[in-house]
Design a protein around this ligand. Structure first.
Ligand SMILES: [Zn+2]
Ligand SMILES: [Zn+2]
Length: 139
């Protein structure tokens, strides 16, 4: 049993059921920003009692409780990230792989806020080409 996954869930007030633990553990050991389908397809062979609906519901709960971060960098598929430290994301236009980017000075992002908006979420997305894909793209 992954105690790291368990303590993460408990820390965010989520009861660690078997399925929740499995998904948390998967996300923590696969920092590849997987989609819900990807997570389901990876876990289902080992956990036949897992349904797609369960995966979606658990991810929704994790997102609500801020256990993980949800990323919609391509505007279509939600991807999930167990790394909830502040970082930016980059998606390759060709292969679609999402990479983490650490900005040099991101804590806190400074800006004018004359309307006194209460900010509780921040996503910074970049697009371009990864080194492998840029070779095959004519520019
Ligand atoms: Zn690429
Ligand atoms: Zn990330």
């Amino acid at each position: 049993m992954n105690t790291e996954a368990k303590s993460r869930l408990l820390k965010f007030g989520v009861k660690p059921s078997l399925h929740r633990l499995a998904i948390m553990e998967y996300l923590m050991s696969n920092l590849i920003h997987p989609t819900a389908d990807h997570i389901y397809n990876s876990l289902f062979p080992f956990i036949p009692t897992l349904s797609k609906t369960t995966v979606y519901n658990i991810l929704k709960l994790f997102e609500e409780k801020k256990v993980i971060a949800a990323i919609v960098i391509d505007g279509k598929n939600t991807r999930y990230d167990a790394d909830i430290s502040q970082h930016a994301h980059f998606q390759c236009r060709k292969c679609g792989v999402v990479h983490d980017l650490r900005l040099n000075d991101m804590a806190p992002v400074t800006m004018d806020n004359p309307d006194n908006l209460i900010l509780d979420d921040c996503h910074i997305y970049f697009r371009g080409y990864c080194p492998d894909c840029v070779k095959s793209v004519s520019r």
